[in-house]
Design a protein around this ligand. Structure first.
Ligand SMILES: [Zn+2]
Length: 243
């Protein structure tokens, strides 16, 4: 009876406050959440998880010894992925970040890149801990959350790989990177990340997670700090890639 009452109440609420698809703004149907079925079907998913050498992993050649570089979705200006990222970051829709993390985690499991059995994972060449790129504390306070935490939480939910939000710290806020040259960008991000809980990364294959990757210089700087702190391997997974 309680369940029925909850369902009726939910139906009642959706009549007064209908929910809309983040991507196309159409009303969501019963059973849909955040993204409608058609938009989910049309999401521009990359195949990077199926190819160890891909255009994202190439961005790190000669800079960082990474094992895998994955990105779930292709970012295009004005496209569905831009709407998703905007809703996540600026409308505080943390739920969509977690949901997409779950969907991507399932793809990684299906591709054999994450084992649901923890003992098996320790033996295989798969990730042992997920770390989201941290925001500087002033920025985090302003936004109220770290969007990369949401994606990491979702990935962890379907892969059963633990995630930590406090092992890494970002020591200074970086200014916009777009107008700087490569050397300046590198100097801008060098040494800004610190591993404050090295026992979490020591001897492990770390999956470093971010919302969107453009040049890769932030991920590169963060990954270097993690390797220096004693991680044996590093891989990268982002919610979106700008190509
Ligand atoms: Zn839609």
């Amino acid at each position: 009876m309680k369940k029925l009452a909850n369902t009726l109440f939910g139906d009642f609420l959706s009549l007064i406050f209908p929910e809309f698809c983040v991507c196309c703004n159409e009303s969501l149907l019963k059973g849909e959440a955040q993204i409608c079925t058609q938009c989910r079907y049309d999401l521009p998913i990359t195949d990077y998880h199926l190819h160890r050498q891909n255009i994202l992993s190439q961005r790190f050649w000669g800079k960082l010894p990474i094992e895998y570089a994955f990105a779930y979705l292709k970012f295009t200006k004005g496209g569905k992925v831009q709407k998703i990222l905007h809703d996540l970051k600026y409308n505080g829709n943390q739920e969509i970040g977690v949901m997409l993390g779950k969907w991507y985690g399932q793809l990684l499991v299906d591709a054999g890149l994450a084992k649901l059995d923890a003992d098996e994972a320790a033996k295989e060449e798969v990730f042992q801990v997920i770390l989201p790129i941290p925001l500087h504390k002033a920025k985090r306070r302003k936004r109220g959350f770290n969007q990369s935490d949401c994606f990491a939480e979702g990935l962890s939910a379907t892969t059963a790989i633990p995630w930590h939000s406090t092992a890494l710290v970002r020591n200074k806020a970086t200014k916009t990177q777009t107008k700087k040259g490569r050397m300046e960008r590198w100097q801008n991000v060098e040494n800004i990340f610190e591993v404050v809980a090295p026992e979490i990364v020591k001897g492990k294959h770390v999956l470093l997670v971010d919302d969107v990757v453009t040049t890769g210089s932030t991920l590169e700087a963060c990954a270097q700090s993690i390797l220096q702190a004693g991680a044996v391997k590093i891989s990268i997974a982002t919610l979106a890639v700008a190509i």
